[in-house]
Each structure stands twice: as structure tokens, then as C-alpha cells.
Design a protein around this ligand. Structure first.
Ligand code: SAH
Ligand code: SF4
Length: 344
């Protein structure tokens, strides 16, 4: 075990069998050692800044049927909404005046926002609000569409791979294929986006091999960001009788991801903060360095229900968040905050 750990700390690389061994045999002492190293590595690369992203959920319409997600097409109980171009500009403008420069635009896979409409929104945002970074999180699209958004001014794209186990992926995502997911991620990289992948912890039938596969997948893909969150059950989905993923496991995989991809931007995800009121602190002390705060208008926030009891902190609660961060030696940073290899 010591040998594996030293290899991980020194070379930031492990083989599949070593990862499986580590995942299966790490006791509390080893897990704490891994966390300690992950945190120290984060500090040595990004210092004590926590990069804040302002998250705007602009539509909860979705044409997909991901088994775990409350916004899936077949969930008829969802009160669907879409924000207009003006509402989007107004929300971003308010946060811009407050000082934010990094925005994530997230939605279900909603074709109402055509290539032209979404490009127009991105162009307008970039013209009106100088110096912002725009991250899209809108699901699978064609190469051409991704290219158009990049041209319009989108900087980054979040598309979790969810699980790198192809069989598990295809069971959980009816009418979708893992191959297509990977195609999207490669297209996004080749178009020059800063790309975020990531996976869910605690999916049905996950085991140590599945999780090791997730880490190897990331190591090969080399994304700029990785979102890791516990599965949280939504009562109106086919997974309603399963259990939530574990926060402790999520922290462990966050640390391992930091050690394998030292420079990655790693959010402490909303799902972690939903399951654990000390998630923020735990996540940062495990190697996280990003936090998303919510920008969506209050009247739609409730409707963007991916899972039960989703905890959302508002961008306008920055002082409270910063107080908590300062207590553990960190501070919030609300400018663009690019990946360290990405100075523009
Ligand atoms: N439709 C886009 C973006 C919105 S969903 C997409 O799928 O990429 C954003 C993320 O929410 C997904 O990648 C998924 O990992 C996460 N998510 C959805 N349902 C969840 C649940 N029940 N528990 C935890 N995370 C969930
Ligand atoms: Fe739609 Fe994304 Fe939910 Fe899947 S995870 S149903 S694509 S919103």
C-alpha cells in the first residue's frame, strides 16, 4: 500500500489494478493521508483562492430520460420554465455589477434554444459584460453547434461523463450511448473549450472497478474541470427506491482526482452541500477549489429540481460563504479564474 501511495504522490499516476487495490483497502488513516496530500497539492497550485462560479439555470425542459434526474422528460410533475433572453441578461448583469466574472449557463437538453438563439444570447452577454467567462452546461450537441457557441464567445463546457462503465452508462441513460458522450467531450476539447467531465458516486451497481475506471477515464481525457457528486434520490424517478451516494466516498474520489489531475478545477458540488451541512469545508479540505453559487431568479430556483432538497446558496450570500472559507484558511475569488494553463 505504501508503495502505491508514494507512486500516487510522486508521479500522479496509477494503473487500474493499483487504483482498485487502493479503493478496496484504504482505511481511515490512509484516506486521511490522501486527503492531506490532495489539499497540500491544491494549495501549491492554486493557493488559498476558492473560485466562485455564478450558476444560472435557464431552462428545466429536457428531452432526455436519465434515470436518476428529476428533470427527465417523463417526469410529468415538473413545472417547466424557460428564461427569456432579457431575463438571462438581466440576471447576469446584476451579478456582473456585484463583481462576478465567471458564469455557468445550465439547462436540460432543450431544443427551444436553437443554435441561433443561444449564439445570440452568448454574443450579447459577451458584448455587454466585458471580461466574463461563459461556461455552458447544456448537454450533447453536434460538433457544428459546439463550434458555433465557441465562436459566439463561450469559453468552457461542462458535460459529465457520469460513469465510464459503458454498460452502466447505457442502462442509466435510455437512448443515449457512451460512445456519443465521449465524442462530445473530444469535440469540445478539439474546439478549444476548457472542458469539464465528471461522475456520480453511488450509482446502482457501481463497484471499485467502476470507480477506478472513472479515474482512468479522466486521466486519459485530461479535462480542465471535474465535477464529482453523490447521487441523490429524486422521488419521481425510476431510482426512487435506491439510496443516496455517500459524501465520505465523494470526498475520497475528489482527493484521488486531485492527485491524478493536479491542475484540474474541482468544484465542491451542490450535491455534496445538499447532503452535508459541512460539505463546503470538507470539500475544500479534500482538494476542491471551486464553488458554484446560484444566480437563478428565486421564482424558478425551486423548479430546477434535479434531486430532493437541493441546497442552493445565492451569489448574493457571498459574505456568509467567505466567512466560512476564511475560518479554514481560504478566500472566495469571483473573477474569471481560468485553469492554470490557460492564461489569456
Ligand atoms: N442537462 C445537462 C445539465 C444539467 S444536469 C447535462 O445533463 O449535462 C447536470 C448534472 O446534474 C448531471 O451531469 C448529473 O450528474 C447531475 N444530476 C442529475 N440528477 C442527479 C441526481 N439525482 N443526483 C445527483 N446529481 C444529479
Ligand atoms: Fe436532462 Fe441533464 Fe437531467 Fe439528463 S441529467 S435528464 S440530460 S437535465
Amino acid at each position: 500500500m505504501r508503495e502505491i501511495l508514494n507512486k500516487l504522490y510522486d508521479t500522479h499516476n496509477l494503473e487500474m489494478d493499483e487504483l482498485v487495490y487502493l479503493i478496496e483497502n484504504a482505511d481511515t488513516k490512509i484516506i486521511n493521508d490522501i486527503k492531506y496530500h490532495a489539499k497540500a497539492l491544491t494549495l501549491s497550485i492554486y493557493g488559498n483562492k476558492i473560485y466562485i462560479r455564478a450558476l444560472l439555470e435557464f431552462s428545466n425542459y429536457c428531452k432526455r430520460n436519465c434515470m436518476y434526474c428529476g428533470l427527465r422528460k417523463d417526469n410529468e410533475k415538473v413545472d417547466r420554465f424557460r428564461l427569456t433572453k432579457n431575463q438571462i441578461i438581466e440576471s447576469v448583469g446584476k451579478a456582473y455589477d456585484f463583481g462576478y466574472r465567471s458564469f455557468v449557463m445550465q439547462s436540460g437538453e432543450d431544443e427551444f434554444y436553437t443554435k441561433d438563439l443561444l449564439s445570440d444570447i452568448i454574443i450579447t452577454l459577451k458584448e455587454n459584460f466585458k471580461g466574463i467567462a461563459i461556461t455552458l452546461s447544456i448537454g450533447e450537441r453536434s460538433f457544428e453547434e459546439y463550434k458555433e457557441y465557441k465562436k459566439a464567445g463561450a469559453d468552457r463546457f461542462l458535460l459529465r461523463h457520469e460513469t465510464a462503465d459503458q454498460k452502466q452508462y447505457e442502462k442509466l441513460h435510455p437512448d443515449m450511448s457512451f460512445e456519443e458522450r465521449v465524442r462530445c467531450l473530444h469535440d469540445l476539447k478539439s474546439l478549444g473549450y476548457q472542458v469539464g467531465a465528471g461522475f456520480l458516486v453511488g450509482l446502482p451497481n457501481s463497484n471499485s472497478e467502476t470507480m477506478a475506471e472513472n479515474l482512468i477515464f479522466l486521466k486519459n481525457l485530461q479535462p480542465h474541470m471535474v465535477g464529482i457528486g453523490p447521487l441523490i434520490i429524486h422521488n419521481d424517478t425510476p431510482l426512487k427506491n435506491y439510496m443516496n451516494g455517500s459524501v465520505e466516498d465523494t470526498m475520497f474520489f475528489l482527493s484521488l482526482t486531485r492527485l491524478l489531475l493536479p491542475k484540474a478545477m474541482l468544484p465542491v458540488t451542490t450535491a455534496v452541500n445538499t447532503l452535508d451541512k459541512n460539505g463546503l469545508e470538507k470539500g475544500m479540505l479534500s482538494g476542491g477549489n471551486v464553488l458554484m453559487l446560484n444566480l437563478s431568479p428565486p421564482e424558478v430556483k425551486e423548479k430546477y429540481k434535479l434531486y430532493e432538497n437541493r441546497e442552493t446558496k445565492s451569489v448574493y450570500d457571498l459574505d456568509k460563504v467567505n466567512e466560512r472559507l476564511k475560518k479554514i484558511g481560504y478566500e472566495a475569488y469571483i473573477k474569471r479564474g481560468d485553469h492554470i494553463d490557460w492564461s489569456i
